[in-house]
Write a protein that binds this ligand. Sequence first.
Ligand code: E4P
Length: 214
Amino acid sequence: MKLFADTAIINEIEEVSQWGIISGVTTNPSLIAKSGITLGDAIKKIVNLVDGPISAEVNEGKADDMLEEARVYAAMHKNIVVKIPMTLEGVKAVKQLTKEGIKTNVTLVFSVSQALMAASAGATYVSPFLGRLDDLTQTDDAGYKLVKDIKEMFKTYQFKTEIIAASIRHLEHVNQSIKAGADIATIPYKVLKEMVKHELTDKGLKIFAEASQK
Ligand code: E4P
């Protein structure tokens, strides 16, 4: 499973890109607002830090309006993936962008049927949201089951669309994404940093450090 950074904060992207294991970045309007810069400025900086798919989200609306915005972002850099919301207008826009050779990431996916519609339109990626689905259902595995079901459905019907597990809130969501067979997980900075940690690793390091001093 590939790891993407789910952030638009440039300092965070600078740091994680130096680890050498981040293959892409996803942004959304909330993350852009948090970053304090415009989406256009964020794109210009991020493309110089990570050489991989960078998702830039259009405003929800009529297909034609989303297409206009999508073409502007796509023209900025070859790695831009246009993030399109899961609506009927979004499906129409994805179909057209696919014809134009522009990559898309259909976002706000919460059901297998939504994923089927997005993939049928030719979406490059779909983003099922684990955290938000778990919140709604008040469970800790609804997001996991969704990713698993989409994976199975894509396999059955031989779709090439890749799954980006999104709305990752904690390490268990990362583990569930791996178990469910997500192609990619897009992970917030805080959780990315937690992934390297284990209490026994820390304990082991302490034991080895003490031994080497003897
Ligand atoms: C990424 O593509 C999504 O927009 C993001 O993971 C959503 O996360 P949230 O549910 O924590 O806002």
